[in-house]
Ligand binder design. Sequence first.
Ligand code: GLA
Length: 384
Amino acid sequence: MNILDLEHTFEEIYGKKAEHAFFAPGRVNLIGEHTDYNGGLVFPCALSFGTYLLLSPRNDKKTSFSSINMEFSGTVDANAFINKPSTWIKYPLGVMKEFANRGFDVWGYDLLYYGNIPNGAGLSSSASIEVVTAVMLNEMCKANLDMVDLVKISQKAENIYVGVNCGIMDQFAVGMGKAQKAIALDCASLKYDYVPLEMQGYKLVIANTNKKRGLADSKYNERRSECDEAVATISTARKINFLCELTEEEFEKYSHLIQNETVRRRARHAVYENQRVIKAIDALKSGDLKTFGLLMNASHQSLKEDYEVTGIELDTLAEEGQHLEGVLGSRMTGAGFGGCTVTLVQADKVNDYIEKVGKLYKEKVNLEATFYIADVGEGARKLY
Ligand code: GLA
């Protein structure tokens, strides 16, 4: 579906032309998983696919939501904030509420959303809806907020309105992405740096497990609490705000204080994963893709064994890929519990990788995986 098709659909639904269009991408995280809310580093990039938002103002104080790829369409007014919906419109409504809280008039639009990010696949389809809404409201309300503010508003909408206690990585990557660059983001200070993706004949291949992610949100929130518990325990000996403040050696010095073995493993993942991101950024900057790949493999193993957010689907895709010729590294990306892997594959071995891993996955898990070659694109923006 291209923008012309979307404009046509908009006219069919609303009987008038769309006056403006906006876009926000999805994201893939290369390494640094479950480090953002632990005050650590992440290394994501924006994708070329994402969410389009077309709109035209209306004459009343209501807003109509339609979508081509998601269920629910209808017109709501300010009461919708109170009777929080269970459908996808909770994402734009959460962002609208944040703008309304800041005194902006957010009502009075006919909206059409279309996303080509697979939903619930760990590629930030929800952050993309939030950020495209924030960019749209910033423009329509003449709010003059900068992109980092819009990113924070979008994260807050997800935390408070949607109720998922996510970190800032997804919204940041979606808002601030740059074509052919990964973002080295320190989630404690929000300092960031763009690192060119010099791929030397390798491709980033995303493989979708196509597994439904049941209970992922509650398990995600549970991991966060476990990390908070570890911070509190270590702080009895040495005051820290976040686990990722610790080096590996420092963690080993204090880890015995954490009595609960599960919590200790969660904390170990956060600390070691953060150090892996530091090494991976250096490796990419110095053109050492081999080391980058090994760090990806180590990241997956830690997410499997210590953080326990993988499962047979992600493990099969990542581990079967890691063994193949022409593959430098493979790991799960995003929150886990289903979703996608990201794999560094030599360009002329991509077909081979897809065929072999797809077949093994089908045999072992009895699901079809879907593969995409990641095209690293720009962050959220106004189209017209
Ligand atoms: C989800 C969250 C992010 C981050 C990742 C795990 O995508 O939205 O904030 O915590 O999981 O790295």
